[in-house]
Design a protein around this ligand. Structure first.
Ligand SMILES: [Zn+2]
Length: 414
């Protein structure tokens, strides 16, 4: 397959040095901030220098680095025009900024994660905040990943719990992916879906070791996070790893940015949102085909103008872009809608089989809590009202068919 070298080891630096030697690399740009320099960057720089590789440290200023225009320019100015690979020593933000800067300057980058907090290490896109808006900007995947287990086990507990939340999200993302294939002819790859589910389940089996930050648990966690990125690379889209639970999270994230509020870790939001999405799967699992038929008969095609009003109410300035994004649903003809309803009934047993793959909301809550996280939005600083908005309007963020779209057609989601 697409495999790039991934090393997960108690001390991953010797493998990094071997890799650089084998490719004749004698100079690197080492990107870190104050925290990640202390966690791993300084040790890596010393080990590289001792091995005859020149590590040019590029340290980003500030207590909390934001992936926005000033940070990108700061890094590009510090890096200059010298051609050399970049080492991203950090978690999501540093990786995304380094991914983008290395891509812009025509250099490779190597990922050295400092926390098992997110599945973005092996992604191709950078998540950047441009003019205040969170955007996914195409750049490049790393050429190799060296995950230093000693560093990852010492990461802040909240970041470990967040990473686990992003793996819990793979229950609903994989199920949504299957639903889209079943009901919407969405592109699907069963091999990749099984691979994602297997990595997720290995991590779930280690939940208590994750909660205790033991090496076996953290190993399975970083493995699942890296696998998620590799599955997205193999499939060529985010379907295996991010669906309706991520849309609820994106809605909240954009709201927090718009309102200038303190960010909430990505995986904390997606894990919590997975429990919300699982409630819809639970209702579908418990619904007879007769009831589904009654509900479909009572559920008219959403009116285009009314839908646009809803999007405007929830998204304001972003409405024009979302009208384009939602075209496949806004442009539903009566015939299209009738065909979809008929298909839902014809495939109801398969729909219920997919729903049965998603654990109950209680079981997911228990997993999150055992890993040190939470399913309680208030504990993350999110209010009841904005959670209701996120649940109701999150599905407009992307044009995919997910359980939230199905729930609307069934009249479960207003
Ligand atoms: Zn995610």
């Amino acid at each position: 397959m697409n495999e790039l070298p991934v090393v997960i080891a108690p001390d991953a630096l010797p493998a990094l040095i071997d890799y650089l030697y084998s490719r004749g690399i004698a100079r690197v740009n080492l990107v870190a901030d104050g925290n990640t320099w202390a966690a791993l960057g300084e040790r890596a720089a010393r080990a590289l220098a001792a091995a005859g590789v020149e590590p040019r440290p590029l340290l980003l200023a500030g207590a909390e680095v934001t992936p926005d225009e000033p940070t990108v320019v700061e890094l590009l100015l510090a890096a200059g025009r010298q051609q050399r690979p970049y080492l991203a020593v950090g978690s999501g933000v540093i990786t995304d900024v380094t991914r983008f800067a290395s891509y812009c300057t025509g250099n490779d980058f190597i990922s050295l994660p400092t926390a098992p907090s997110v599945d973005a290490y092996t992604a191709t896109a950078s998540s950047l905040i441009l003019r205040g808006l969170k955007q996914s900007v195409y750049s490049q995947a790393p050429v190799a990943v060296f995950a230093d287990l000693d560093t990852l086990c010492a990461a802040p507990q909240a970041m470990i719990a967040a990473g686990f939340g992003d793996v819990v999200a793979k229950f609903t993302s994989v199920a949504d992916w299957k639903l889209a294939a079943l009901l919407w002819d969405g592109p699907y790859d069963d091999g990749v879906a099984q691979r994602m589910a297997a990595a997720r389940d290995r991590c779930m089996a280690q939940v208590d070791a994750v909660g205790a930050a033991e090496p076996a648990g953290i190993h399975s966690l970083i493995d699942a996070l890296i696998e998620a990125g590799l599955c997205m690379l193999a499939f060529g889209g985010s379907q295996p790893a991010g669906q309706s639970e991520h849309y609820i999270s994106h809605y909240l994230e954009m709201k927090l940015v718009r309102e200038g509020r303190k960010p909430v870790l990505h995986g904390a939001k997606t894990g919590m949102a997975t429990v919300i999405v699982a409630r819809y799967y639970q209702q579908i699992r418990q619904m007879s085909r007769d009831e589904a038929a009654r509900r479909l008969a009572a559920s008219p095609r959403p009116d285009r103008q009314a839908e646009i009003m809803r999007i405007r109410h929830a998204y304001g300035d972003l409405t024009a872009a979302l009208i384009v994004e939602q075209a496949p649903f806004l442009d539903w003809s009566e015939a299209d809608y009738a065909r979809l309803q008929q298909r839902i009934l014809e495939r109801w047993p398969e729909v219920q089989a997919v729903a049965a793959e998603v654990p109950s909301p209680d079981a997911l809550t228990d997993l999150l809590e055992r890993a040190g996280g939470t399913a309680d939005a208030r504990a993350l600083g999110l209010g009841d009202e904005e959670m209701a908005l996120a649940e109701e309007y999150g599905h407009y963020v992307r044009n995919r068919f997910t359980v939230l779209k199905l729930s609307r057609v069934l009249g479960l989601l207003v």
